[in-house]
Design a protein around this ligand. Structure first.
Ligand code: PHE
Length: 337
């Protein structure tokens, strides 16, 4: 048996054949196993002799099997290494590197600026309820000012938010009348506008809200002047023009001087030398009350700025549609800024 096993093991060709042999000799029904089973029938003198021999044969076969298996595995590995060899001298493939979108850059810059002033970032949903988008901001169902913001409705009570102001109501409600509130809410907003060089049905706003005791309009003006000068340069001025928003009283639109001109002239800037960049005002007492704030004790200001406007002014971009066309020739220009 030993001779036969050794002979067949020596001309085994692969792992599968090896395994067959393992079964043939050492398996449950294998030749050697049968011999071991038959030992009971032997006389007490023969048994230890036979047992010892059988064990020896088993040991030899096992060690040979092991040796052969390792040899085969080594050969397979070697073959793999040969066939999958990597040529490290080949030139590499250039991986196209992405870059941040210019709007992201501006939003991050503005966030950093306001975080430095102690604001916290608070984001809200783009799909908003009529309540937060309008009602909680003192725009009841029949209010004519709703026309100022032609909306994309999803159902009668759900719409794409038309501004980031619903976050004012959301944050106030969550804070349950506690002051101070100092938040900044960036995000996309949607309006049913026909797209052209200065209008886009989707655009980006950043909302700011501050509520505490003794907050005054001069605080609003001071913060906005600081913002404008950090953003556009220390020689920039702002002006507040009286305006109307249902959720602020008094309300003001804010312009900055457009000192940043490119090449042949100030394309983005108007002839007047001023460009409107945001709406703002003192939070309407009704809005404070509706969201659980004592309007006798607390006052606040809010503002909402158009991020595209700011980016257009800062980078000299003349068409708002560039931000949403995903043209790499446009986007790549902001790679290292
Ligand atoms: N939500 C207003 C808009 O979209 C801007 C605004 C925000 C005005 C906060 C006043 C206070 O035009």
């Amino acid at each position: 048996l030993k001779e036969a096993a050794l002979a067949s093991l020596s001309d085994v060709k692969d792992l599968a054949e090896l395994n067959d042999l393992r079964v043939k000799y050492l398996g449950k029904r294998g030749a050697l196993t049968e011999i071991m089973k038959g030992m009971g029938k032997l006389s007490p003198e023969e048994r230890p002799v036979m047992g010892q021999q059988a064990n020896e044969v088993r040991a030899v076969i096992e060690s040979l099997l092991k040796e052969k298996t390792e040899a085969f595995e080594q050969a397979i590995l070697q073959e793999k290494l040969e066939s999958q060899r990597i040529d490290v001298t080949l030139p590499g493939r250039v991986v196209a590197r992405g870059a941040k979108h210019p709007l992201t850059l501006i939003v991050e810059q503005i966030e950093d600026l306001f975080i430095g002033l102690g604001f916290e970032i608070a984001e809200g949903p783009e799909v908003e309820t009529d309540y937060y988008n309008f009602e909680a901001l003192n725009l009841p169902k029949d209010h004519p000012a709703r026309d100022m913001q032609d909306s994309f409705y999803i159902t009668e009570d759900i719409l794409m938010r038309t501004h980031t102001s619903p976050n004012q109501a959301r944050v106030m409600e969550a804070k349950q009348g506690e002051a101070p509130v100092k938040i900044l809410c960036p995000g996309r907003v949607y309006r049913r506008d026909d797209d052209d060089a200065t209008h886009s049905h989707v655009f980006t706003q950043i909302e700011g809200l501050v509520i505490d005791e003794n907050i005054r309009m001069s605080d609003l003006k001071g913060i906005l002047l600081f913002f404008a000068q950090e953003m556009f340069g220390s020689d920039v001025e702002i002006r507040l023009r009286p305006s109307f928003f249902p959720f602020t009283e008094p309300s003001a639109e804010v312009d900055v001087t457009c000192a940043v001109c490119h090449g042949t002239g100030c394309r983005v800037c108007k002839d007047t030398g001023w460009l409107e960049i945001l709406g703002s005002g003192m939070v309407h007492p009704k809005v404070l009350e509706m969201s659980g704030y004592d309007s006798e004790k607390y006052t606040g200001f809010a503002f909402g700025m158009g991020v595209e406007r700011i980016a257009m002014l800062k980078y000299g971009i003349e068409d708002i549609r560039h931000f949403y066309n995903n043209d790499l020739r446009f986007l790549k220009q902001f790679n290292r800024r």
